[in-house]
Design a protein around this ligand. Structure first.
Ligand code: PMP
Length: 363
C-alpha cells in the first residue's frame, strides 16, 4: 500500500511509521557514539550500557529482574528477534498458535522453520482472545503460543484475565510463549501494559520482544531486544549468532543514553493518545464507524455503511481515487476474513491527520 500511495501521490496512513521528525537529542547521542569510537562489533548480546538500561527499565516497570548478561539480547529490530525466537524453538512439524489478524511476519517465520501455524481468529469487533478455542486447539505438538499486546492491527490489549487464562492452559505443559510487546509504551486511557515479565508463572517460559523503532519513532534504525530466562536465552543465542551476530553499535549507544531519561518513554502513551483522539474527533461525523483502540498507533474504521466492496477493493479505490492509503484488515488473516474494516496509522503530523480526515469525511 505504501508503494501504491507513492505511485498515486496519496497521503500514506497505511504502513506503521511516523511522518514526523525524531528527538534531535537522539541524533546527537548517535553522533556522540560514533565520535567516541563505538564503531566496531558490539558483543553478541548487545552493548552492556544498553542492556543495563533495559534491565533497570524492566525492573522499574514490571518488577522483574532480567540478568544483564544472560537474559537480555539486543537485536537489529523486533522482526529479527521474532524470527530468531521461532527458529530457536520450532522444529519440523511443531505447531504454533497465533491469533488472526496478526503481524505479518509470524506465519512465514513459523513456516520457514518447518512449523505449522494454527491460526485462531480473534473475536470481532473487540479483537479479544476466546481462550476456549485456544484450549481446543492445543495438541501434543503445540510448541509455542504467540501473543501481541498492544495489538497490531486492531489496537486491542490483553487484560489480567487473559494472562490468568493463558497461565492455566499452559501450566502443566512444555508450551513456550512469545509475547510481542513492541507497543508496550503506547497505551491509552489510563490502561497499564501488562507485560509477561510481570507474571512469575508465565515469564519462566516466555520470550518478550520489544522495539526501539516504536518507542523512539525510529522504525528505520531497526533496533529491538529479546528478554527471556537464561535457559531460553541460551537457545536463542545459539542461532542468533549466525543470523546477525550483533546489532549496529552506535545506535545501541544512543538508545542507552536516551533510556537514562524515563520521560522519553513514559510520555509516549499521552503523546499518541492526543493523536488518536484528534483523528477520532475529526472523523466522528463521517460515514465511517470508529472501532475502539486501547493501544498501538493504529485506528480501525469500518466502511460497512458505505460500501459492500471487498476491503481490498475499497482500500485501493480510497488510495487511487481519493488519495488516501490505508491497509485492508483481511490481509492480516489466513483466510482473508473481510469485516469491511481498514487500518489507519495515526503516527502522523497533526496536519497529515487533518488532511486524511477531510478526505474521509467527504466519502
Ligand atoms: N511486532 C509488531 C506487532 C509490529 O507491528 C512490528 C512493526 N510493524 C514489529 C513487531 C517489528 O518491529 P521492528 O520494526 O523493530 O522490526
Amino acid at each position: 500500500m505504501s508503494a501504491m500511495a507513492k505511485e498515486e501521490n496519496a497521503l500514506n496512513l497505511s504502513q506503521g511509521f511516523p511522518d514526523f521528525g525524531i528527538d534531535t537529542q537522539l541524533i546527537e547521542y548517535l553522533h556522540e557514539g560514533m565520535i567516541n569510537g563505538h564503531n566496531q562489533y558490539a558483543p553478541m548480546a548487545g552493548l552492556p550500557i544498553l542492556r543495563k538500561q533495559i534491565a533497570s527499565k524492566t525492573k522499574k516497570l514490571h518488577g522483574r529482574v532480567y540478568d544483564v548478561d544472560d537474559e537480555i539480547t539486543v537485536v537489529p529490530g523486533a522482526t529479527l528477534g521474532i524470527f530468531a525466537v521461532i527458529s530457536a524453538v520450532v522444529k519440523g512439524g511443531d505447531e504454533v498458535i497465533i491469533f488472526d489478524p496478526a503481524y505479518d511476519s509470524y506465519q512465514p517465520s513459523i513456516e520457514l522453520n518447518g512449523g505449522i501455524p494454527i491460526q485462531i481468529p480473534l473475536s470481532f469487533p473487540d479483537f479479544s482472545i476466546d481462550w476456549n478455542r485456544v484450549k481446543n486447539a492445543l495438541s501434543e505438538r503445540t510448541k509455542l503460543i504467540i501473543i501481541n499486546s498492544p495489538h497490531n492491527p486492531s489496537g486491542s490489549i490483553l487484560h489480567q484475565q487473559d494472562l490468568d487464562a493463558l497461565r492455566e492452559l499452559v501450566q502443566d505443559t512444555k508450551i513456550l510463549i512469545l509475547s510481542d510487546e513492541v507497543y508496550e509504551h503506547i497505551i491509552f486511557d489510563g490502561h497499564k501494559h501488562i507485560s509477561l515479565a510481570k507474571d512469575t508463572g508465565l515469564s519462566e517460559r516466555t520470550f518478550i520482544t520489544s522495539s526501539f523503532g516504536k518507542t523512539y519513532h525510529t522504525t528505520g534504525w531497526k533496533m529491538g531486544y529479546v528478554l527471556a530466562p537464561k535457559h531460553l536465552t541460551k537457545v536463542l543465542r545459539e542461532g542468533y549468532q549466525f543470523m546477525a551476530f550483533s546489532a549496529h553499535t552506535p545506535t545501541q549507544y544512543a538508545f542507552a543514553k536516551m533510556l537514562e531519561d524515563e520521560s522519553t518513554y513514559l510520555n509516549l502513551g499521552k503523546f499518541y493518545q492526543k493523536k488518536r483522539d484528534l483523528f477520532r474527533e475529526l472523523v466522528k461525523d463521517s460515514r465511517f464507524e470508529i472501532l475502539p483502540t486501547d493501544g498501538s498507533y493504529f485506528q480501525l474504521l469500518s466502511f460497512r455503511n458505505i460500501s459492500q466492496e471487498s476491503d481490498v477493493d475499497f482500500a485501493e479505490r480510497l488510495t487511487r481515487q481519493h488519495k488516501l492509503a490505508s491497509i485492508p484488515i483481511s490481509v492480516f488473516y489466513k483466510d482473508n476474513i473481510d469485516h469491511k474494516v481498514l487500518r489507519f496509522c495515526f503516527a502522523k503530523k497533526n496536519e497529515t491527520l487533518i488532511k486524511a480526515a477531510e478526505i474521509l469525511c467527504q466519502i
